[in-house]
Design a protein. Structure first.
Length: 444
């Protein structure tokens, strides 16, 4: 019989309970497993399985076939004691128990009907993780649920316009772009803003007694003139849709005034920060690597979070990272940091995943864009200004096609950066030439 080792003899060797005269029985009365008992002579694994069954039982007292993968994953948690505590105390399990007890088949649509909350998002992620629900593009697909809650206090006429505007115009195009993208990009914030502006515009027309069919250019000009920010220019998307549906006549919304990149980190500060990332062992490895990639290549935080070890190419002498169509050469110290991240041991997850996903280079599931930004900022690496400074430096040296190929950015974005960098550089050279001319005149 296997017995837990609970003491040491005079020579320091581990000994079991019976050998030292301690008669406690550490054998589980239910499964026969040996270990620290938890409740009424049963081990924590058996107690956990019992409580999982009670949590997920439907109206008939049994677990539905849809939830059996989740039940198996919860019962098989590698650390049963924390799992039991989680089942007892977490508000997430209370919501999960309520959904299971109602007996309905769980679906994304059913979850969308719940008020948006952290608990709702967690339960959805849990069900997708264990295969109870199909995975979907959550950034896009949770927007309809958000809209329904936004429309709760809106007039019915506004809701009848906002729903098709979102579903048949904004979301359809966003799904098509997401399917074609080579790199991940989050669009949910932009789509929500466009819908919110459309609802604000409809409220504005109601206040003035206007209907869509009577809108004239002067009304659009008044709407834009009353703006305190560039947000109102986004009404162009709503009016494009209403015009295509013949709800409004042809109307012109002025283009959003172009903005130059603001708050660029100058080269001296950027190189000092890069040196710190490459040499400061006091910083966490993921912060050093993420900061260095941002400072060198201007990679967006969204793409940084989704880098995988497969994008690293190690040769006999050099290492490369694939960001666009062509791998970029890595400085040796950065290559070593990325190697450490790629080769770190993978911790066993608390819940087994139905369909194992990719291994992310930076620790996380993957780590969220906001989480990565906050982490870098907290360690003194200002993400936005660092990225702007890196892209301006690259755009000053590279033609736009090469900039797009190397970094993976869209060619139009590359064109704008190159135009900005070249103009800024030309102005700098002109100012410097003028200073030199003044110096010669003063000497003369």
């Amino acid at each position: 019989m296997v017995q837990p080792l609970i003491a040491r003899d005079d020579d320091g060797a581990d000994v079991c309970g019976p050998c030292v005269g301690f008669a406690a029985d550490y054998t589980c009365k239910q499964c026969g497993r040996t270990g620290n008992p938890h409740s009424r002579g049963r081990c924590a694994h058996c107690v956990l399985a019992e409580r999982v069954n009670a949590l997920l039982a439907g109206p008939d007292g049994t677990i539905t076939s849809q939830l059996k993968p989740l039940a198996a994953a919860l019962a098989d948690a590698p650390s049963p004691f924390p799992a039991i505590q989680w089942l007892k105390e977490s508000p997430n399990t209370k919501l999960l128990a309520r959904l299971a007890s109602e007996g309905h088949e769980l679906s994304h649509e059913l979850l969308d009907e719940l008020p948006p909350s952290r608990n709702q998002r967690y339960i959805r992620q849990l069900l997708v993780h264990t295969g109870a629900l199909e995975e979907r593009n959550e950034d896009l697909e949770r927007i309809p649920g958000w809209l329904e809650h936004e429309l709760a206090a809106k007039p019915a006429a506004h809701a009848s316009l906002a729903r098709p505007f979102l579903h048949w115009f904004l979301l359809r195009r966003a799904r098509q772009r997401a399917a074609m993208r080579r790199h991940p990009a989050s669009a949910d914030r932009d789509l929500r803003r466009r819908v919110s502006v459309a609802l604000d515009f409809l409220a504005w027309t109601d206040q003035r007694g206007l209907v869509l069919a009577d809108l004239a250019q002067e009304h659009i000009d008044d709407w834009i003139a009353g703006a305190t920010s560039q947000r109102r220019y986004l009404v162009r998307y709503f009016l494009k849709w209403t015009t295509s549906r013949r709800l409004t006549r042809e109307l012109t919304v002025p283009s959003i005034p172009s903005q130059e990149p603001q708050d660029l980190l100058d080269d001296d500060d950027r190189w000092l920060l890069l040196q710190r990332c490459l040499t400061d062992d006091a910083l966490p490895t993921d912060v050093r690597a993420g900061g260095a990639i941002t400072l060198l290549f201007g990679l967006s935080t969204e793409r940084l979070c989704h880098l995988t070890p497969e994008l690293l190419k190690f040769g006999d002498k050099h290492a490369h990272l694939v960001l666009g169509r062509h791998p970029v050469l890595l400085p040796p110290r950065l290559a070593e940091l990325l190697r450490r991240l790629a080769e770190r041991p993978q911790l066993r997850p608390q819940l087994s995943r139905a369909h194992p996903g990719p291994q992310w280079l930076f620790p996380g599931k993957p780590i969220s864009t906001h989480g990565m930004t906050q982490k870098l900022n907290r360690h003194g690496i200002p993400v936005r200004t660092a990225r702007n400074g890196a892209l301006a430096a690259l755009a000053a040296d590279l033609p736009s096609p090469i900039l797009a190929d190397v970094t993976g950015m869209h060619r139009h974005t590359a064109l704008r950066w190159v135009a900005y960098a070249r103009r800024d550089w030309a102005e700098y050279l002109a100012a410097r030439a003028e200073d030199e001319a003044h110096k010669r005149e003063d000497k003369g």
